[in-house]
Design a protein around this ligand. Structure first.
Ligand SMILES: Nc1nc2c(ncn2[C@@H]2O[C@H](COP(=O)(O)OP(=O)(O)OP(=O)(O)O)[C@@H](O)[C@H]2O)c(=O)[nH]1
Ligand SMILES: [Mg+2]
Length: 454
């Protein structure tokens, strides 16, 4: 994709596509050929006039055979009053898999090209319709896995983030202008107060660090966590997965070695999207299939964001449980849980162990809370006004670090041009957040993470 290539016409299915699902499907076409393509395929019923921003009713016909493909509503939006600011046509046809694919094929044969992921949004951005942080917020809204993640994305849509970063960047640009003027024309200008420059840089640096800290707190809500339930056979891992997901997703039997493969299940716990992994019970075994399953359990244990180590509290903590505990990699958040508390109501749970019963539900609420806490979730609320995503957060961090270097040059009383080198880096990083200063390649990478049709 290139900045200059918006001369062609792109098309994509903008709605989710699946056989038997979705009663309506929308194909979106954007570019100079959009209207001509629509006119070549669409036959309005009766005496309707082709007009911008008006819904037409009619049929799509294959121009080569005259065959009617679908009965649709068509929406024409002349440039610049559209999402991309180009002429856009939307075909609202029937859902499912077959008809909509055929319709897209006809649109492509009529002269459009398949849109890349995020290409509509990229055009909207390039044509000044949408700023970069808002475009990213829309993409995050679409992929939000919980209500709270959606709220964060909506907060990004109101433009608070764009304004905030723009303001910080403007402050730095003002200082850069002062410094650069002194580098070239020191003698003709009033003396510059180095201390007040440093104050501004420090202030901006602090605000950036606050944004980074907020983003880290919001990350769990946005990205969720993968939690592996591991333990010896028969301790009740699959029963726990079923209890937490309120389903019968996993097979449960009283035979040790029931689960052979990894099983995942998506839930939302207090607004946080969590993927639970049920694993094969870990033990010594000569069964080939079980061994392979156990290898997968160990891999899950090593790669999860958090580990829930389950043991049978009615049997007590065994040397095998201890051995397993020791295989949990350092730094991975770990929650120890004792199951089957219903069988041993008197049993003392060791310190730091949450006692539950997957069978009767006892202790599960506490388990959910402890699990989130162990993943780093704080319930004291996240600053919903502005939460940087990973890309933005990395850039904010590097801007803050560059300001730190600039401040060091200032403290060492180096000449002005030494201050400006890192200051310019900080400004560039902030410009990359807002899109004010961004290379084509980076832009392509940002938009390629969007979904097709967006
Ligand atoms: N009394 C009681 N029995 C439980 C509880 N949780 C699970 N069980 C029983 O323990 C047995 C094993 O449960 P599973 O959930 O299959 O255990 P698992 O850890 O997944 O076992 P593997 O897949 O073989 O590793 C079943 O008979 C369950 O009904 C509990 O909280 N209380
Ligand atoms: Mg199991």
């Amino acid at each position: 994709m290139s900045l200059a290539a918006s001369g062609d016409t792109i098309a994509a299915i903008a709605t989710a596509v699946a056989a038997g699902a979705g009663s309506v499907a929308i194909i979106r076409v954007s570019g100079p050929q959009a209207e001509a393509i629509a006119r070549s395929l669409f036959r309005p019923a009766g005496q309707q006039v082709w007009e911008s921003h008006r819904i037409l009713y009619g049929h799509v016909q294959d121009p080569s055979s005259g065959e009617v493909i679908d009965e649709i509503l068509l929406l024409l939006m002349h440039a610049p009053r559209s999402f991309t600011r180009e002429t856009v046509v939307e075909f609202h046809g029937h859902g499912g898999l077959v008809v909509v694919q055929r319709l897209l094929q006809l649109v492509l044969e009529a002269g459009a090209r398949r849109a890349l992921p995020g290409e509509f949004s990229q055009r909207a951005f390039l044509n000044g319709r949408l700023d970069l942080t808002r475009a990213e917020a829309i993409s995050e809204l679409v992929s939000a896995r919980s209500q709270r993640a959606a709220q964060l994305a909506i907060a990004g849509l109101d433009g608070g983030l764009q304004e905030k970063i723009d303001t910080l960047r403007d402050q730095l640009l003002d200082q850069l202008a002062e410094l650069e003027a002194r580098v070239d024309f020191e003698e003709n200008l009033p003396p510059l107060n180095g201390k007040s420059v440093q104050e501004v840089l420090k202030g901006v640096q602090q605000e950036l660090m606050q944004l980074v800290a907020d983003a880290e707190r919001a990350r769990l809500v946005r990205d969720g966590a993968r939690v592996a339930i591991v333990g010896r056979p028969n301790v009740g891992k699959s029963s726990l997965l079923n209890a937490l997901s309120r389903s019968e997703r996993a097979i449960v039997t009283d035979l040790p070695g029931t689960t052979r493969d990894l099983l995942d299940c998506d839930l939302v716990l207090q607004g946080v999207p969590v993927t639970l992994l049920d694993t094969a019970g870990i033990r010594q075994t000569s069964d080939k299939v079980e061994q392979l399953g156990i290898e997968r359990s160990r891999a899950a244990l090593a790669s999860a964001d958090a580990v829930l180590l389950l043991h049978d509290i009615s049997c007590g903590w065994s040397p095998e449980d201890q051995e397993l505990l020791e295989t949990v990699p350092e730094g991975v958040p770990l929650l120890r849980v004792g199951n089957k508390a219903d069988l041993a109501p008197e049993a003392e749970s060791p310190p730091g162990v949450v006692a539950i019963s997957a069978r009767d539900g006892q202790g599960l609420e506490r388990l959910e809370r402890e699990l989130l806490r162990c993943c780093g979730h704080s319930c004291d609320g996240v600053n919903l006004q502005v939460a940087l995503n990973q890309r933005q957060c990395d850039l904010a961090k590097s801007a803050a670090a560059a300001l730190g270097r600039s401040l060091e040059a200032a403290q060492q009383e180096l000449p002005w041009d030494f201050w400006t080198i890192d200051l310019r880096d900080a400004i560039r990083a902030l410009g990359e957040i807002t899109g004010a200063e961004i290379s084509e390649a980076v832009l392509d990478r940002v938009f390629s993470r969007f979904c097709i049709g967006k």
